[in-house]
Design a protein around this ligand. Structure first.
Ligand code: UDP
Length: 238
């Protein structure tokens, strides 16, 4: 098993749907635990880890507003969904003996710490996994943007975007068997070709700060650890 990495501090971004397993909705505890073990394995390499988890397995602002709900209210509901996912991940990581903090962009002091940058940095230095919840705290944003924002603020060396596929393809590899995976692709090509990596504001924010986005498969057991050790297949957006 690979044990060496050059990375010191990274941010792992996963969608809310990554936590729902084969169900169409919500949280699937064995799946949460499987991902927690991937994180634990990287934590054991001595890497400082930030996490941002989406909320799409529970609620999406756009879906709410399509059903007639006021958009900003629906977005706040989406942000609250990410807090539930963060708490589930915290619980799973701590049952594996990994110390964590859930840090919320919306104050809810009984449930999670408020976001204070210097305090979050201190947690990372003490090797606590920081799970950033409630997105950016603002409607009209996404957790991809929140991930890029926090990765910049925490001076992470890269964002690791865990997905169902092992990188960025020129077209959907599930639908098109001749789809080609990029080893490396520029931020500008992602934007110009509308490649499915992250939304445009997240990619632009990464580009403006030269923050690499590494897209890899979270379905491979040991995948996250392997990618950190430079093994396996993935795409670097640079
Ligand atoms: N959201 C928001 N501001 C943010 C982050 C998230 O308003 O900074 C809301 C938005 O409604 C979004 C929902 O939270 O639809 C869930 O986040 P996202 O769609 O990014 O989750 P994912 O697709 O990664 O599961």
């Amino acid at each position: 098993e690979p044990s060496q990495t050059t990375f010191k501090r990274v941010l792992l971004k996963i969608s809310g749907e990554a936590l729902m397993g084969d169900q169409g909705y919500g949280l699937h505890p064995p799946t949460v635990e499987r991902i927690a073990r991937e994180v634990q394995s990287v934590h054991q390499m001595g890497v400082e880890i930030c996490m941002v988890i989406g909320g799409g397995n529970i609620f999406r602002g756009l879906a709410g507003s399509a059903q007639g709900m006021e958009r900003t209210t629906a977005d706040y509901m989406g942000m609250l969904a990410t807090v539930m996912n963060a708490l589930a991940m915290q619980s799973s990581l701590e049952s594996l003996g990994v110390f964590t903090r859930v840090i919320s962009a919306i104050r809810m002091d009984e449930v999670a710490e408020p976001y204070i940058r210097r305090r979050a940095v201190r947690h990372l230095e003490k090797k606590r996994v920081c799970i950033f919840a409630a997105g950016t705290g603002n409607p009209y944003f996404t957790t991809d943007t929140a991930a890029t924002l926090r990765a910049n603020e925490m001076a992470c060396e890269a964002i690791f975007k865990g997905t169902k596929v092992d990188g960025v393809y020129d077209k959907d590899p599930v639908k098109f068997p001749d789809a080609k995976r990029y080893d490396r692709v520029s931020y500008d090509d992602c934007l110009a070709k509308h490649l499915k990596v992250m939304d445009a504001s997240a990619i632009a924010l990464a580009r403006d700060n030269s923050l690499p986005i590494i897209v890899f498969s979270l379905d491979e057991p040991g995948g996250f650890r392997g990618i950190l050790a430079g093994q396996g297949t993935y795409t670097t957006v640079h």
